[in-house]
Design a protein around this ligand. Structure first.
Ligand code: PHB
Length: 359
């Protein structure tokens, strides 16, 4: 039988009932303290028929925050809140991993402990505005991390991964995409360091590879995924030679035997024109399971799987509006349209009140 979106698959130790993944989606609806509440439990439980849910990007420490209303995965209270989410998803037969996030320079003092400056590989201010409690405010010049501070950041990823295991997640996804901290180290538009973490592709990839090694050592490669976005210009990102750095990263990640590599195959959020990039060549270099993402529909998702390009496909916006996306895709049923005015923040409206298909 032909393999398609509705075929089973195993990523690392995660047995999935289909290959339709719910992509990580920032929704800014978590209460003070970053502790998931009943409304958040309901939202994920409603979407448990996805082959795998990747949670919204979740800060690994107080310094990793960059928007209001985010969850966290570093306190006991957050672990207890997430445990309710994972229990609800598992009770429905679903699988769920948490995306581990440090925003780096994409933050603002008002969102950070003691109003300190955001941290980054280099003191380069991104163009654009931070979303703060007081509204949009210009990004500030971040503070360049000292090389002596990096081991503590690696430890924060490990602590968060261990918290994720205590919260009952099936695994973690290390967020190294979309212009946040690890991606800021990878790309030379945001990393002009002259030490062992800047300059050559080996040096720029060093922090991601150290984080990956440490998380793998802590919880196992079969429970660890990584997300990359080689040419996404969102968050004022650029690189002088993306194929060189990302081909190198793909080759190095082969050595870990990860659960999967998740790739944003272009630009998001209207962040500008994505640079040319040979995704087919990049894909060939990576030998493990590959999760494709970016505006796939059913036909393109099935084609990507049938051709061997992808092992599974992550859908974002369609999952906001269609909790039963898998059933709808399978039945070729019409999709609910997503209301972009309720994507970020607010209440249950536009979050848990999208209708299911009625047969
Ligand atoms: C966002 O909040 O817009 C956002 C968060 C994480 C991403 C991408 C976008 O990876």
């Amino acid at each position: 039988m032909e393999v398609d979106l509705f075929s089973t698959v195993r990523l690392g130790c995660i047995e999935m009932s289909n290959r339709v993944v719910m992509a990580p989606l920032t929704r800014n609806r978590v209460a003070e303290g970053g502790v998931p509440q009943q409304m958040n439990v309901t939202y994920y439980e409603q979407r448990a028929s996805a082959g795998l849910i990747v949670t919204e990007a979740t800060p690994i420490s107080p310094m990793a925050h960059g928007y209001p209303g985010l969850p966290g995965i570093y306190t006991d209270e957050q672990v207890a809140g997430w445990r309710k989410v994972t229990d609800a998803v598992h009770a429905k037969g679903g699988k769920i991993v948490i995306q581990l996030w440090h925003v780096g320079r994409i933050s603002h003092p008002s969102l950070l402990p003691n109003q300190v400056l955001p941290v980054a590989p280099s003191a380069i201010r991104p163009a654009g505005h931070a979303v703060t409690v007081e509204g949009l405010q210009e990004y500030v010049v971040p503070r360049a991390l000292a090389v002596t501070e990096l081991p503590a950041i690696v430890k924060d990823y490990v602590h968060a991964a261990q918290c994720a295991m205590r919260a009952g997640f099936d695994g973690v996804e290390i967020h190294a995409a979309n212009g946040y901290l690890l991606d800021q180290f990878l790309r030379d538009g945001s990393n002009v360091r002259t030490d062992a973490y800047g300059g050559s592709v080996e040096n720029r990839a060093r922090l991601l590879l150290e984080v990956t090694q440490a998380v793998v050592d802590a919880i196992g490669a079969e429970k660890t995924g990584v997300r990359l976005s080689p040419v996404n210009p969102f968050n004022d990102m650029k690189d002088s030679h993306p194929q060189a750095i990302f081909n190198f990263v793909a080759t190095q990640l082969n050595g870990f035997n990860l659960a999967y590599l998740h790739v944003v195959e272009g630009g998001i959020h209207g962040g500008g024109e994505a640079a040319p990039f040979d995704f087919a060549a990049f894909r060939k270099l990576y030998h493990g399971a590959y999760m494709a993402n970016l505006a796939y529909d059913k036909a393109r998702g099935n084609a990507a799987i049938a051709s061997g390009h992808a092992d599974c496909v992550a859908y974002g916006v369609p999952f906001i509006a269609n909790p039963d996306l898998v059933a709808r895709l399978k039945a070729d049923a019409p999709l609910n349209e997503a209301d972009s005015t309720t994507f970020y923040g607010g209440n249950a409206h536009g979050y848990t009140d999208y209708p299911f298909l009625s047969f």
